[in-house]
Design a binder for this molecule. Structure first.
Ligand code: ADE
Ligand code: ZN
Length: 352
């Protein structure tokens, strides 16, 4: 079954449909879901001093000019995380919000090096996050899996040491990724650590083509052999690369609010998501760091569609369907979720 009656869905039904439709979220940094209120609560609980006087002062600092200006504040915010319970609380808060957005499946990035550098054991990070994922599955009926990201501004040897520390907990995460400062840190730098992760049976993804050039997307594919590209919006500058991504069905986890907040696009109306979809790319919509960029996944959907009249019910369906197909879930789960998606669209068409 596959929904096709898009013209029966009136345009004014679209915001509600975007919110209500089942979806997966595949690009979410759990440290980027730390709301200012939780940052201050954890700072107090752990006796960590913050360079901001109040929640309002911290929020006021969220005026970014590029990726690095954001990362500096994001790492400062994460400094309040010390204990397993802190990681649980952060992930539980995100998963409740995701469930409220009708996210049925989330693949959640975490940055262990941000925490191990402050003396936090990797076991505390992974166990706290995993406990929240397990509880969310039981109580919220949301499937949640973890992806360990290496910080690309650090060395490959540090990434290898992190992987070795984390491998005893391999049953608690499904893959590895690559994030942090993109420019000047090409995927090639991490060839050996990705080879080792693949040999351990882990899925592999990487941020590429957010601020970095299309060539970084090529080397993420050719050298790291990634299965998805995180962001990838700069692929549009290279028509041959677009052709390849379409032919190979490589998913892109696009994050529209993030792209606007980090000045990848000046305004949402200038975002290239409609062009990516029109080219046949398997794009998805995600929130990246929702506490910093102005909203969770449904806010991303609603603001993106409001600013881009080229996007309608057909594109909403495609994006949600892509999110399930591009996930690392098994085929049975994917087809179950896609049936639920079809039902949501049939209902919207029936009500008219
Ligand atoms: N870490 C958290 N958010 C990120 C982003 N948008 N790009 C690179 N690294 C990140
Ligand atoms: Zn990201």
């Amino acid at each position: 079954m596959s929904f096709t009656a898009f013209d029966k869905i009136p345009h004014d039904r679209l915001p509600a449909l975007l919110r209500d439709m089942p979806k997966a979220e595949l690009h979410l940094h759990i440290e980027g879901s730390l709301e200012p209120e939780l940052i201050f609560a954890l700072a107090q609980r752990n006796g960590v001093a913050l360079p901001y006087a109040s929640v309002e002062a911290l929020r006021a600092a969220y005026a970014f000019t590029d990726l690095q200006s954001f990362l500096d504040i994001y790492y400062a915010g994460a400094s309040v995380l010390l204990k397993e319970q802190d990681f649980f609380d952060m992930a539980w808060a995100y998963l409740q919000r995701a469930a409220a957005d009708n996210v049925l499946h989330a693949e959640v990035f975490f940055d262990p090096q941000t925490h191990t550098a402050r003396g936090v054991p990797v076991a505390a990070v992974i166990q706290g996050l995993e406990h929240a994922c397990r509880r969310a599955h039981q109580e919220l009926r949301i499937s949640a899996k973890l992806i360990l990201c290496f910080l690309r501004h650090l060395s490959e040897d540090e990434a290898l040491a992190t992987l070795d520390e984390a491998l005893p907990h391999k049953h608690h995460f499904i893959g590895v990724g690559l994030d942090s400062s993109e420019r000047g840190h090409p995927p090639e730098k991490f060839a050996r650590v990705f080879a080792k992760a693949r040999a351990a049976g882990l899925h592999v993804v990487a941020h590429a083509g957010e601020e970095g050039p299309p060539q970084y997307i090529r080397s993420a594919l050719d050298v790291l052999k990634v299965e998805r590209i995180d962001h990838g919006v700069r692929s549009a500058e290279d028509p041959l690369l677009v052709q390849r991504l379409v032919k190979e069905g490589v998913p892109l986890t696009v994050c529209p609010l993030s792209n606007v907040k980090l000045c990848v696009f000046k305004t949402m109306a200038e975002h290239n998501l409609p062009a990516l979809l029109a080219a046949g790319l398997k794009a998805t919509i995600n929130s990246d760091d929702p506490a910093y960029f102005g909203g969770y996944v449904n806010q991303n959907f609603v603001e993106t569609f409001a600013a881009l009249p080229q996007l309608g019910a057909r594109e909403a369906y495609t994006l949600a369907r892509n999110s399930f197909e591009a996930s690392f879930a098994d085929a049975g789960a994917k087809s179950h979720w896609i049936k639920q998606l079809d039902l949501a669209f049939e209902e919207a068409a029936r009500v008219g």
